[in-house]
Design a protein around this ligand. Structure first.
Ligand SMILES: NC(=O)c1ccc[n+]([C@@H]2O[C@H](COP(=O)([O-])OP(=O)(O)OC[C@H]3O[C@@H](n4cnc5c(N)ncnc54)[C@H](O)[C@@H]3O)[C@@H](O)[C@H]2O)c1
Length: 378
C-alpha cells in the first residue's frame, strides 16, 4: 500500500498546473510506487485566486504566505513553482523545516545562490530535485541511452536551439504577472536562464561536463514600461544568446536561444554527431527520435525516424499501446514517478540541486563571457 506524501504547492501558474497534473495522474499509471501524492495545500498571495485554483485542481487547503505553508506539520514536500528570485529563500526555509523540495528551474538567480541552496538541502539531508523535465521525454531518455551504450562512438558535435518569438513587440511591458520573465530582478537573466538552461541540462546529462564557453548576448529592446512601477525602465535581461563551448569529452558545442525568432513558439532541438552515428530531436515532434547509423548497409543507410511509443521505449510501457503518442505533460508525470521511486529506494532523484548547480555554473559563465567578450572557464 503506497504511503501518502503531502504536497505543498507554491504558485498556481503554468508550472503549478503542470506539476499538479503530474501528482494527480502518477499513481494511475505507475501503481507500484511506494508513495502517493496528496494535494494537501496550495499557496499564492491572492486568497481568492488560490482558493479558485485549489477548488479546480483538488487541493485540500490554501495559504497566502509561503512561510506558513513551509512550516505546516502536515506538509512533507514543498514544490516551488514561483519566479526565480524566490527559489532560494523558499528552499532555505523549506530545508530548515526538514521538507523535501521539488524546485523549478533554473535552480537560482546565480551560482552563489545555488551553492547556498545545495548546502542547505545537504545539511538538512532532505530529498531534492529540480524540474528539468525534458530529461523525461521518452525520446530524450532514449537519446541518453543510445549515447551511454556507445552507439554514437566518439562525440564530435552537440548542437542545441531554443527559439521563441513572443517578446518582439516594443509595447510588451516588463514585470508583474506572467511578464516577470522580462524583469531581471525576478528572472535573473533572460533566455539564458529561462530557455538555454534546459538545453544545457540535457547536454550535461547526455554529453557530460562543459569546460569553457564563448558567448554573445543581445537585448534588442532596451527599455520597457514596468508593470509594477508604471515607469519606463531599462531592460536588464538578455533577449537572445548564442554560445560556443568545449565539452570535457573533447566535443564542440553550439547553443542558441532567442525570443525574437519570428514563427517559432518553442523550438527546442538538439543534434549530436558521433563517429558511428548521429541523433536529432525536436520538441515540436517530441515522440520521435531521428537516428542515423553509419553501421547500416550502405545501400540502406539513411536517417530513421523512430516513433518512440513502443512498450520497450523509456516510460512507454506505462501508457497506451504501441504507436500511440504521449505529450509534454507526461514528462512531469515521469519526473514525479521517478522522484517517488527514488524516495522508496532512498537514492537521489536527478537532477538534484547539486546537479542543477552545474547548469547554473554554465549559465553564469555564458553571461560573464558575453559581458566582456572573452572565453570563460566553467
Ligand atoms: N520546467 C519547465 O519547462 C518550466 C516551464 C515554465 C516555467 N518554469 C519555471 O517555473 C517557475 C514558475 O514559472 P511559471 O511559468 O509557472 O510562472 P507563472 O507566472 O505562470 O506562475 C508564477 C506563480 O507564482 C506565484 N507567485 C509569485 N510570487 C509569489 C509569492 N511571493 N508567494 C506565492 N506565490 C507567488 C504567482 O501567483 C503565480 O501563480 C519559474 O522558475 C520558471 O522558470 C519551468
Amino acid at each position: 500500500m503506497a504511503k501518502p506524501l503531502n504536497i505543498g504547492m507554491i504558485g498556481y501558474g503554468f508550472m503549478g498546473r503542470a506539476h499538479t497534473n503530474g501528482y494527480k495522474r502518477v499513481c494511475d499509471f505507475f501503481p507500484e510506487l511506494p508513495y502517493r501524492p496528496v494535494l494537501k495545500a496550495a499557496c499564492a498571495r491572492d486568497a481568492a485566486k488560490i482558493q479558485a485554483f485549489a477548488d479546480q485542481w483538488g487541493y485540500e487547503s490554501t495559504e497566502t504566505d509561503w512561510r506558513k505553508l513551509v512550516e505546516r506539520k502536515d506538509i512533507d514536500a514543498v514544490d516551488i513553482c514561483v519566479p526565480n528570485n524566490l527559489h532560494k529563500e523558499i528552499s532555505l526555509a523549506a530545508a530548515a523545516a526538514g521538507k523535501m523540495i521539488l524546485c523549478e528551474k533554473p535552480l537560482a538567480m546565480n551560482v552563489a545562490e545555488g551553492e547556498e541552496m545545495c548546502q542547505a538541502v545537504e545539511k538538512a539531508k532532505v530529498p531534492n530535485t529540480v524540474w528539468y523535465n525534458y530529461r523525461r521525454v521518452p525520446a530524450v531518455t532514449l537519446a541518453k541511452q543510445l549515447v551511454d551504450q556507445g552507439r554514437l562512438g566518439r562525440i564530435f558535435h552537440y548542437r542545441a536551439n531554443f527559439l521563441q518569438d513572443w517578446t518582439i513587440s516594443t509595447d510588451l511591458p516588463q514585470g508583474g504577472t506572467a511578464l516577470w520573465r522580462l524583469d531581471a530582478a525576478a528572472a535573473g537573466s533572460g533566455v539564458t536562464g529561462d530557455l538555454l538552461a534546459h538545453c544545457i541540462d540535457t547536454a550535461l546529462w547526455i554529453n557530460g561536463g562543459i569546460a569553457d564557453v564563448g558567448a554573445m548576448t543581445e537585448t534588442f529592446i532596451k527599455e520597457r514600461k514596468h508593470t509594477l512601477t508604471g515607469k519606463v525602465e531599462k531592460v536588464g535581461i538578455d533577449d537572445a544568446c548564442a554560445f560556443l563551448c568545449h565539452f570535457q569529452n573533447g566535443s564542440l558545442g553550439l547553443f542558441e536561444s532567442t525570443r525574437y525568432a519570428r514563427g517559432h513558439k518553442a523550438l527546442y532541438t538538439f543534434e549530436i554527431n558521433g563517429e558511428k552515428a548521429s541523433i536529432k530531436w525536436d520538441l515540436h515532434d517530441l515522440h520521435r527520435l531521428e537516428y542515423f547509423d553509419h553501421g547500416d548497409e550502405s545501400n540502406l543507410r539513411g536517417w530513421r525516424s523512430i516513433h518512440v511509443t513502443d512498450g520497450d521505449h523509456p516510460y512507454m510501457g506505462k501508457w497506451w499501446v504501441p504507436g500511440l503518442a504521449i505529450g509534454y505533460e507526461h514528462s512531469f508525470v515521469h519526473q514525479v514517478a521517478d522522484f517517488l521511486d527514488s524516495l522508496g529506494k532512498g537514492v537521489p532523484c536527478g537532477p538534484t540541486f547539486r546537479d542543477a548547480l552545474e547548469t547554473q555554473k554554465v549559465c553564469d559563465a555564458v553571461l560573464a563571457s558575453a559581458q566582456d567578450r572573452t572565453w570563460k572557464k566553467v
